[in-house]
Design a protein around this ligand. Structure first.
Ligand SMILES: NC(=O)c1ccc[n+]([C@@H]2O[C@H](COP(=O)([O-])OP(=O)(O)OC[C@H]3O[C@@H](n4cnc5c(N)ncnc54)[C@H](OP(=O)(O)O)[C@@H]3O)[C@@H](O)[C@H]2O)c1
Length: 305
């Protein structure tokens, strides 16, 4: 598996992250085979969150991988906190308590990366900084990042937080690419010009923050998978044509499209099917041409100005 450095850190990570939000749909033996297959393919970066399956996904994972010191050294674990029932919570107390619970469920004494899951309107950056300092000094967390945050929210955090923020996990797929579109429709009156994210893509590139696209196969907000979906006939025709050229599946091409962007993104897959995960991993070796990348972009309904 091709690797890269995460953000400004020295942590070498595979370019594909294995998302574990849905692994609670697997039986114990299926989960074991799934994580083992990921490891065999070099996909040793696992993305979690305390809320996935209400904590069950982290538990199922640590059992499936038969967590011990030896295996722990071979994998990279990322988890997230900050979402609670009916609210977001970046208070020091909640961050510290969440990490302790995550570590217990994952049966480990450290996380490689902790992300703040979704912006908290009541965030107090000084409190986040205190929590991060404690987590770092006690060895419980090695690197820190955010998810779903705008450039200004990141700047606000950085006023107090001294650790580099190495990743920003954001919704991004071929059919959810407004952060790419608005950069090509500057100051125009069309829908694509609407800047919904305050130029987060350029900001992350400028600051070497790795973008981790989540839901790389979904359209809308978990509305379904665009691949093979009759709602996207032109897009599927184009993806299938390019897939045939590279002798790979449509799944591989959907991930290769994200990897082709020079921002050096790390897509987070959500499949629980081994075959699909292997197809996602194959994307690390497919380099789409500029023309193919734009053809897919246009086939998704995007009009170039
Ligand atoms: N930071 C955030 O706010 C946030 C939000 C959501 C998710 N995430 C992270 O992102 C990861 C991915 O999210 P996601 O699960 O919504 O992403 P996804 O990869 O877009 O969707 C995966 C789902 O699509 C299904 N699927 C059907 N056909 C598929 C195909 N051809 N290729 C791939 N999948 C296909 C999968 O089913 P099968 O399992 O049967 O393949 C699975 O149910 C999560 O695991 C989580 O780690 C983060």
């Amino acid at each position: 598996m091709r690797t890269m450095k995460l953000g400004t850190s020295n942590l070498e990570v595979p370019v594909i992250a294995v998302g574990c939000m849905r692994i609670n749909s697997l039986e114990k033996n299926e989960a074991e085979r799934f994580v083992q297959s990921a490891l065999d393919a070099g996909a040793n970066f696992f993305d979690h969150a305390d809320i996935y399956g209400g904590g069950k996904c982290e538990e199922i994972f640590s059992e499936a991988i038969h967590m011990n010191d030896d295996i722990r050294e071979k994998i990279i674990l990322q988890s997230k906190c900050g979402i609670r029932k009916g609210m977001f919570d970046f208070s020091k107390e909640h961050i510290l308590e969440s990490v302790d619970n995550i570590l217990k469920r994952l049966k480990t004494d450290y996380l490689d990366i902790l992300l703040l899951h979704r912006p908290d309107a009541l965030v107090e950056p000084e409190e986040v900084a205190e929590a991060f300092d404690l987590l770092e000094s006690t060895g419980k967390v090695r690197h820190f990042g955010v998810s779903n945050q705008t450039p200004m929210q990141i700047q606000l955090l950085k006023k107090s937080v001294k650790q580099p923020l190495v990743a920003n996990q954001l919704q991004l797929s071929i059919t959810n690419s407004t952060m790419i579109s608005n950069g090509m429709n500057v100051n125009m009156l069309n829908e694509s010009a609407v800047n919904r994210d305050s130029n987060v893509l350029d900001f992350c590139r400028l600051n070497d923050i790795t973008i981790q696209p989540w839901s790389p196969f979904q359209y809308g907000f978990f509305e379904g998978v665009f691949l093979g979906n009759e709602k996207f006939p032109e897009l599927n025709l184009k993806i299938d044509e390019i897939a045939a050229k590279y002798e790979v599946s449509n799944t591989t091409i959907a991930i290769a499209w994200l990897l082709r962007h020079p921002a050096r993104m790390q897509p987070v897959t959500g499949t629980t099917t081994i075959e699909r995960l292997m197809d996602c991993c194959k994307a690390a070796d497919v380099h789409l041409t500029r023309q193919e990348w734009y053809e897919i972009y246009r086939a998704a309904g995007n009009v170039l100005p």
